[in-house]
Design a protein. Structure first.
Length: 216
């Protein structure tokens, strides 16, 4: 069985500018340029959370051609007035095929993606959605000795905890165990009237900050 570890967390936004503003207001640090994903018609900004962990702000790229498929992270479903939010997370493995075979949930197809010269394997569902309403991870496999966080500036940020909030916590726990995922993960039931969502606690130079959904 392939072991997995938290690789990065993803904040989706209708525009990259909205997402960057949300991160600056919440964490007090500005993300730095990432690049474009031509296969998905998206672009991103990045923020280091450790030696091999980072935060990604991702949005539709208005300058890119419309892809012939749903964009990842359900970006096609975002309305113009949707607030930026922590919508997804990605777990890293050295053997993505073994991880997919072991998973108790359908993770999607394994696809080769790229951003500039950087190339990787990642699971993507046909409809672009993330497993378990965003609470389950996508799985990624980077080339050996390659990771985006290594080239990002260190602003003193780190991921303290990633909370996976879902009405069926046992199902989420089974998925994590099937993937042998390690990292600061907590599985919780949602409060009454709320939907499945993610909540991250991030250590910053200004103290711990909570990242979830931007206020409208």
């Amino acid at each position: 069985m392939a072991e997995c570890i938290i690789d990065h967390i993803a904040v989706t936004a209708f525009s990259l500018e909205d997402g960057v503003r949300f991160i600056q207001e919440t964490l007090g640090v500005a993300p730095e340029p990432g690049g474009e994903h031509p296969q998905m018609g998206t672009h991103n900004m990045l923020l280091r959370l450790g030696a091999m962990c980072y935060l990604e702000v991702i949005a539709q790229n208005p300058r890119a051609p419309l892809p012939e498929r749903p964009r990842w992270f359900a970006l096609d479903e975002l309305r113009a007035d949707a607030p930026p939010q922590l919508s997804a997370w990605v777990a890293r493995t050295a053997d993505i095929h073994s991880a997919v075979d072991s998973s108790t949930e359908e993770l999607g197809a394994i696809e080769t993606m790229h951003r500039g010269p950087l190339q990787w394997l990642i699971t993507i569902a046909p409809n672009g959605r993330v497993p378990l309403d965003g609470v389950g991870p996508a799985i990624i496999e980077w080339p050996q000795d390659v990771h985006p966080a290594a080239k990002l500036h260190d602003h003193g940020l780190s991921l303290i905890e990633l909370q996976l909030i879902h009405p069926d916590p046992a199902r989420v726990t089974r998925l994590l165990k099937s993937l042998s995922i390690s990292g600061p993960l907590t599985v919780r039931s949602p409060a009454s009237g709320t939907t499945p969502h993610l909540r991250a606690v991030v250590e910053t130079p200004h103290g711990p900050r909570v990242l979830s959904v931007a206020a409208k």
